[in-house]
Design a protein around this ligand. Sequence first.
Ligand SMILES: Cc1ncc(COP(=O)(O)O)c(C=O)c1O
Length: 284
Amino acid sequence: MIVFLNGQFLPKEEARISPDDRAFLFADGAYEVVRAYRGHLFCAAEHWNRFRDSLRALRIPYPAGVDFSGIANELLKRNQLVDAEATVYLQVSRGAAPRRHAFPAGEVAPTVYGFAAPFTNPAEKWAQGVKVLTLPDQRWARCDIKSVSLLPNVLANQQAQEAGAHEALLIRDGFATEGSLSNFGAIFAGVLHTAPRNNYILPGISRQVALSLCSALGIPVREQPVAEADLKNAAEAMLFGTTNEIMPVVQINDQPVGDGRPGPLTRQLQQAFRESVEEGRRRG
Ligand SMILES: Cc1ncc(COP(=O)(O)O)c(C=O)c1O
């Protein structure tokens, strides 16, 4: 596997990162994951804009002269993934410096790391839908930053997996915020409810695509979080994410959602999402 590290493409075995790197010591960095559909980076500009926002919020200097699309495309090429389904991961940390909490004194170059990996579509889950497990949202109050500090997400995701669920559904103050790696939406009386963009959710690119599709399809949207107590009344539920796309949720804990099968609006959104991927590929 060929990875990117600080300006160079090299075999992963040769990539060396300092133990002083602040991502290692403090989880002091941000990242992005972009889906590549046979060489087409879906919503790349939106991902890089969010990367910029995350870095700005963390006060990590935007790495000079870095072209994220260029790196991502080169990673796909060098790993023979141009004609495949893949994801590209890119991370920027505050760099390596002797350990102290405050930012390093003087100029420290950010560490830029990236890799591409083959991706298998969760076709069966898209068709049949998945279970989610509600868990307390134990994250900080800046969930809008795509920080590599993901321990509460990791723990929640693990707990969900152990319960046979596909994803955790995080509950803060009695309301569903999002998943451990996806946004959440539910249909009530034909209206899609999803938590609003604020500091308690990641502004998901797929969520934004889904909201645009709702607008195009005439599905009304209410950007308002679903109360935990109302989850059992949802007619349909779904996850939005780069790897999940639009994932039907057919069970929340032990309760089926609706009739326990992916609902019609979820199906419509899945179909429209696929079409927008194809449209993106055609436009190049
Ligand atoms: C916490 C969280 N919410 C939502 C998402 C979905 O965002 P996107 O659609 O941009 O992948 C992710 C993606 O990794 C995430 O980690």
